[in-house]
Ligand binder design. Structure first.
Ligand SMILES: [Fe+2]
Length: 241
């Protein structure tokens, strides 16, 4: 397959959360991403009580800096803006008011919960967003203990219409063998919507995708790989009607 990926989960915006700390680090991450075959990034800074909650205007200004740097690498390297939303009772209201950004201003939202949260709370939170009219993507599904312990719950969420995202590193074992197996189980059942890097820096959590894509391609083939590393995420990049 041609190495062309969309990274829809990245903390590459400089100085707004626990991701890239400045423009210099952002540029290094950008180059790594490009060298990995990523040609489109949806920057998803945290909206989180402790990790970052920068105002929308700041995020837009930083995204413009990121876009400019991407164009300096390649005129076709595209940048969009979204948010990784830490779920709370106020997020629907904030989305409606434009105080939290959805993915590329479309109906998709990327949502996370604390890893040890109960399944009931996670499901209810996701449903709350669905009832409000959003297309929900659960960030790094492999991180929630309740779901890893009971993988049928991932199927239940999928059947509810929740889109499940996994981190590229977890596919190849960065989060341990158990998580790697869990993700294989999801892929065997075709429950994965898309893969993101969840990149935060250049060393510990860099924006790498190639190895994970190769791994998936070997086991599940080219078409499947294209779907979860590219086509499904591309839906978010379409222009609004
Ligand atoms: Fe993240």
């Amino acid at each position: 397959m041609n190495d062309y990926f969309i990274d829809m989960h990245s903390h590459i915006l400089p100085g707004v959360d626990d991701g890239a700390k400045d423009v210099e680090e952002m540029k290094k991450m950008l180059q790594i991403a490009y060298d990995e075959g990523i040609r489109c990034i949806i920057a998803t800074p945290h909206h989180h009580p402790h990790r970052g909650r920068a105002p929308v205007e700041t995020l837009k200004k930083r995204a413009a800096i990121l876009r400019q740097a991407a164009h300096e690498i390649d005129g076709r390297f595209r940048i969009f803006l979204g948010t990784e939303i830490y779920f709370g009772q106020d997020v629907v209201q904030k989305l409606k008011e434009g105080k939290i950004l959805s993915m590329n201003r479309r109906e998709y939202v990327l949502v996370e919960f604390p890893p040890s949260q109960t399944y009931q709370y996670i499901r209810q939170g996701l449903q709350q967003l669905q009832f409000a009219g959003y297309e929900v993507i659960l960030a790094h599904v492999e991180r929630y203990h309740c779901i890893v312990e009971e993988p049928e719950l991932a199927e239940e969420l999928h059947d509810m219409g929740v889109n499940l995202q996994v981190n590229a590193g977890s596919i190849t074992g960065d989060s341990g063998r158990k998580i790697k197996k869990f993700i294989e189980g999801l892929m065997d059942q075709d429950l994965v919507f898309c893969v993101g890097t969840d990149a935060h820096d250049t060393k510990k959590r860099p924006p790498k995708m190639k190895k994970a894509a190769k791994h998936v391609e070997k086991k599940y083939g080219e078409d499947y790989t294209r779907r979860i590393f590219y086509s499904n995420a591309k839906e978010m990049l379409k222009k609004r009607c």
